[in-house]
Design a protein around this ligand. Structure first.
Ligand code: PSU
Ligand code: MN
Length: 302
């Protein structure tokens, strides 16, 4: 059996059956610039506590799989350089080498499930990259959603991706994509896209029920809840679209590939929007944390 290292707060919550919400760490190490990354990590944990659940930020530190980080561990991770980005393929190797790494959506789902945590809040999942017909770049987050029974709350797939292809792959794998409270699919920095969402639910209790019923039906895998960014914080698609084009063209001209694509493009969009993308990213992650806590509470009651 894998030796999970629970933080004292997470251990207490588990012992008392209190609702827990998992959080990923790649968003801290690769998704946001310093020093905002640590500030956001703390804010998001605080949002979950205020909403009546316990946050469990997940990472590998010196070869141990941590479920929940202390304040000092969170800070050390946010400041560390050259932290590995761990997806499904990388987890076991990082543990075997005694390494330190931040977990992506896929790896966070795996760890959350091992720890008995059913709900996970993040910003945006990885998906099918534009041009995937040539590059074959499809995030391991998608098959993970098909395999691991965790409900993931995000703000839609990042608009740097090919959203229609991302929906198609999720449909092929039988992953429910549930827009929260609206008919259209949210697109991360923007509250809506021109794509209808495959499914819609309007409250946390229904999402919790659907989570339970998937298991009751014997279906493996999780659910993807797409929660629109609050209107006041969104960046309209027309503002963002040309900047995304620029960032993607630069990535391709510079030969950025594989794991580096998403962090590179997010950073360039941060620069090209003069920080506005980060403000939006912070607002949507916090919004997802609150919804995740509500779902975790509903699940713990049912
Ligand atoms: N969403 C964000 N910031 C991020 C990520 C998603 O707002 O940093 C990370 C997540 O950890 C996600 C990963 O799992 O990017 C996807 O990376 P890739 O496209 O290489 O699979
Ligand atoms: Mn990729």
């Amino acid at each position: 059996m894998i030796d999970l290292h629970l933080s004292p707060e997470v251990a207490r919550a588990k012992a008392s059956g209190a609702p827990l919400v998992a959080l990923e760490s790649t968003i801290i190490t690769h998704g946001m610039p310093r020093p905002q990354n640590i500030e956001v990590a703390r804010l998001v944990e605080g949002d979950i506590r205020k909403a009546g659940a316990t946050p469990a930020t997940i990472a590998v530190i010196e070869g141990r799989l941590h479920i929940g980080l202390t304040g000092a561990e969170l800070e050390a991770l946010a400041q560390a350089r050259d932290v590995a980005k761990l997806s499904r393929a990388d987890l076991a190797v990082c543990l075997a080498r005694g390494g330190t790494g931040a977990t992506t959506v896929a790896a966070t789902m795996i760890a959350a499930h091992l720890a008995g945590i059913a709900v996970f809040a993040t910003g945006g999942i990885g998906g099918v990259h534009r041009g995937a017909e040539d590059s074959f770049d499809i995030s391991a987050d998608l098959p993970e959603l098909a395999a691991t029974p965790v409900t993931v709350v995000c703000a839609g797939a990042k608009a740097i991706l090919d959203l229609p292809k991302t929906l198609e792959v999720l449909e092929t794998h039988g992953v429910p994509v549930i827009a929260y409270g609206q008919d259209n699919l949210p697109a991360f920095w923007s509250a809506t896209s021109d794509l209808p969402a495959p499914l819609r639910l309007d409250n946390a209790a229904q999402i919790a029920r659907a989570h339970r019923l998937r298991a009751a039906l014997g279906l493996p895998g999780g659910q993807l809840v797409a929660n629109p960014i609050p209107a006041a914080d969104e960046i309209p698609v027309r503002t963002l679209a040309p900047l995304i084009e620029t960032a993607l063209a630069e990535a391709s001209a510079q030969g950025i590939a594989g794991k580096s694509v998403t962090p590179f493009v997010l950073h360039r969009i941060f620069e090209l929007t003069e920080g506005r993308s980060l403000t939006a990213n912070i607002a949507l992650v916090r919004n997802n944390a609150r919804l995740g806590a509500a779902i975790a509470r509903a699940l713990s009651k049912s």
